[in-house]
Write a protein that binds this ligand. Structure first.
Ligand code: ZN
Length: 507
């Protein structure tokens, strides 16, 4: 078969795979938002049945043969040079997916899935009791399975490369280690400096914000961001997420805490950022594997850019704070814009990652990255993990948790074997800072526009620069294309320094 015909046929097959993936998302979304408790077991069977079907499609002999006909191979994943660049980008992504699925024997995949589902329920109980010993044997087994996965997938330098690549395609451990090293050098002293500055009481604490008002305000902000409710929904789930149930069906969830406004407020903006990315892929690619985020880190850059760089900025709140006061007059009438701005930007080292502020957040990630790397390389045993956690925490954040529930047991990720996932969060912050610097340079009067409640310059810049390419580019290529240089931690650290020097009156 000639290469072009092979590519066209592959696109048909890929479209069908997307349809199945979206159908699987319907099952997942329903499980998290609507499903009655009694359906848990059957739903797990339904989802795993879909997984089996999708895996079968991806690894089909037909796809293997067509990739060959198109000239795509391990050495040359983009296929024949005569193909147009969009087709070559398509082949590169599809070949990568095919390769990852075919390299792993099905018993390794099912063994990992079973071990993970058991480990997750053990982890939940262990966290409740703060008892690491109960969880340790399961974690040990998962680690073995993931190391085997890395060996099967292959890597050049570090076994962690193969695991990281699942979330950050074509990104290496060496590159991340170097970035995180620089980040650490600026963040640790900044946190210390802020720690010795004076910080008053948080005026938002001790006030009650009824749920209905929070939801109304969340919808109001999402609409201003440009989220299309005709192609999405906002619902409630225990852990907020964004899911694509179809090319024109991208849903977000949030959760409400009446004692703490920030949970839903920033959670909704965060998920809105993810959803705008998914709603923003152009027609030419949105039916294909190319209509996906370039990586988890790039995805996270979109949510963080909206949540922190826009949603925690003073300009944004110049317009939105009076609206929020209208929504909650009794709760907010005596809090000024300045005090509110300081309250939503408080910095304080704490144990729990998901509650961490913008400044300390990445230190939580660096801690996990350091430990994961050592675990995967066999330099640290699971038995020694809690102690290693406390040591790292002391060094990075200046505090060490007394209970494992506040330390090594706090996150769900390891309980399903997702080693290599955490770096995406911090990479997302770094990409966001670098994109934000380019956005500011491109939109000269950004602060003024934000102050007028006009968020459209942000979305249109993201649409044409970050969303339009989908996953035709690798994260590294995308960053270079959009900002003119490769990822550099300096954008993030200078953004933090400037912002927090103002808030905390640092030198
Ligand atoms: Zn996110």
């Amino acid at each position: 078969m000639d290469p072009q015909t092979a590519v066209d046929r592959l696109k048909d097959l890929d479209r069908q795979i997307r349809v199945l993936l979206h159908a699987q998302s319907v099952l997942n979304w329903d499980r998290e938002t609507q499903m009655p408790e009694a359906a848990v077991e059957e739903r797990a069977e339904q989802i795993s049945a879909m997984e089996g079907i999708i895996h079968g499609r991806i690894t089909s002999e037909e796809i293997g043969a067509l990739l060959q006909d198109a000239g795509a191979s391990e050495e040359n994943p983009s296929g024949e040079k005569t193909l147009v660049s969009l087709d070559r980008a398509f082949l590169r992504r599809l070949h990568r997916l095919y390769r990852r699925h075919t390299k792993l024997p099905s018993d390794l995949v099912t063994d990992t899935a079973k071990t993970a589902s058991r480990a997750q329920s053990v982890w939940r109980a262990a966290r409740e009791e703060s008892e690491f010993e109960a969880f340790a044997p399961h974690l040990k087994r998962l680690l073995e399975l993931r190391v085997e996965t890395a060996d099967r997938l292959g890597y050049e330098e570090h076994p962690y490369d193969a695991l990281l690549d699942e979330f950050e395609p074509w990104t290496t451990t060496r590159f991340v280690s170097q970035l995180f090293g620089e980040l650490r050098q600026s963040l640790v002293p900044l946190v210390k400096e802020i720690g010795s500055a004076r910080q008053g009481e948080n005026p938002l604490v001790g006030r009650r914000f009824p749920r209905d008002g929070q939801e109304a305000f969340g919808r109001f902000v999402l609409e201003h961001m440009g989220y299309e409710f005709t192609r999405g929904r906002l619902d409630v789930s225990a852990h907020p997420f964004t899911d694509k149930l179809g090319r024109d069906d991208v849903r977000v969830t949030t959760r409400y805490n009446e004692e703490y406004l920030g949970t839903s407020l920033f959670g909704t903006i965060h998920e809105g950022g993810h959803a705008l990315y998914e709603q923003g892929f152009p027609k030419s690619i949105k039916e294909l594997i190319l209509g996906e985020g370039a990586s988890m880190g790039i995805h996270e850059s979109q949510s963080r850019l909206w949540e922190n760089f826009i949603g925690r900025s003073r300009s944004f709140w110049r317009y939105f704070y009076p609206k929020l006061v209208d929504q909650f007059p009794d709760q907010l009438h005596d809090i000024s814009l300045d005090d509110f701005y300081r309250a939503i930007n408080r910095v304080e080292p704490s144990f729990i990652r998901v509650e961490a502020d913008e400044v300390t957040y990445n230190l939580h990630i660096i801690l996990r990255f350091n430990l994961e790397k050592r675990l995967v390389a066999g330099e640290l045993t699971v038995e020694d993990l809690p102690e290693a956690w406390r040591e790292e925490s002391k060094e990075l954040l200046g505090i060490a948790p007394k209970k494992d529930a506040d330390g090594v047991l706090q996150d769900v990720h390891w309980s399903f074997g997702a080693f290599g996932y955490f770096p995406s969060y911090a990479l997302g912050n770094l990409y966001a800072a670098q994109f934000y610097a380019s956005l500011r340079a491109a939109v000269g009067d950004l602060d003024e526009q934000l102050g007028n409640g006009d968020l459209s310059p942000v979305l249109s810049w993201l649409r044409s620069n970050v969303h339009a390419p989908g996953s035709t580019l690798t994260p590294t290529e995308l960053c270079e294309e959009v900002t003119g240089s490769s990822l550099d931690a300096g954008h993030f650290t200078s953004y933090l320094r400037e912002k927090y020097a103002g808030i905390y009156e640092l030198r």
